[in-house]
Design a protein. Structure first.
Length: 256
């Protein structure tokens, strides 16, 4: 393979899945380059004395251990302008936003493509649990083998020019087998780490607070309420019912 064809850019979160993807691709003979996006700072994600969030530091430590090139993409301003603003605007239009689905084509995978070109990488890989199939000149997204971790839904809007550069090393594995794999490679502590946020969960089993927990910039339902209130949105009398000159009622159901 030519030098560019041997290089793959991996979106590294510092977590279990992207870590396993890096190791697998190295074992397959690829030259792995990692990039970690700093999109949204959360105070609880910082260790006192560090000016970088924990996920960035964990990704840097993994890259150093594996001997791979690593970059940090500070995209906080653009993330706020593109994804968070979309989230706010949809609520203001009376529609339910779907930021995770929109984030991949509008933001995350687009930025990965830009960094792949900058780093002379032909391929882009992530730790998503989904698979790819080529048929009649098109590349299709298939569900991952683990029904509890399948993430194909979040990627359905990706265009062909991005899909044809993508790799999903974990698509044919279960989460349990990925943990076992990491542990077998000497990453026992990493293998015991927590879950990724971007997964589909049955609505009936979760409260609104749980559902908001899947958003990388919101971690609790009441933080969501405060977030909307702080975003230059005027929600007083969000829902009003009038009959003639008589105001029948006001409701803050906007948040639900």
């Amino acid at each position: 393979m030519k030098e560019r064809e041997k290089r793959v850019l991996v979106g590294m979160s510092g977590g279990i899945d992207s870590s396993a993807a890096c190791i697998m691709l190295q074992e397959q003979g690829y030259e792995v380059v990692g990039v970690t996006m700093r999109t949204w700072d959360v105070a609880s994600h910082f260790t006192p004395g560090n000016d970088q969030p924990n996920e960035v530091i964990e990704a840097q430590e993994l890259a150093a251990r594996l001997g791979i090139e690593h970059h940090v993409a500070d995209v906080r301003t653009e993330f706020r302008q593109v994804i968070v603003q979309y989230f706010i605007d949809e609520y203001m239009r009376g529609r339910t936003p779907n930021p995770c689905v929109m984030c991949n084509p509008l933001f995350k995978e687009r930025i990965l493509c830009e960094w792949a070109d900058k780093c002379n990488c032909a391929w882009i890989a992530t730790g998503h649990y989904c698979q790819l199939k080529d048929l009649n000149g098109y590349r299709y997204i298939l569900t991952g083998d683990d029904p509890l971790k399948d993430q194909s839904y979040f990627l359905w809007k990706l265009p062909q020019e991005i899909l044809k550069r993508m790799m999903f090393p974990l698509g044919g594995m279960t989460k349990a087998s990925v943990r076992d794999y990491l542990a077998s490679k000497g990453f026992e502590a990493k293998a015991r780490g927590g879950e990724s946020m971007e997964t589909v969960r049955p609505v009936a089993r979760h409260s609104p607070g749980d559902l908001c927990g899947i958003l990388c910039f919101l971690f609790h339902f009441w933080k969501f309420v405060n977030f909307i209130n702080r975003s230059d949105i005027r929600l007083k009398n969000a829902i009003c019912a009038e009959w003639g000159a008589l105001l029948l009622g006001r409701n803050a159901s906007f948040f639900y």
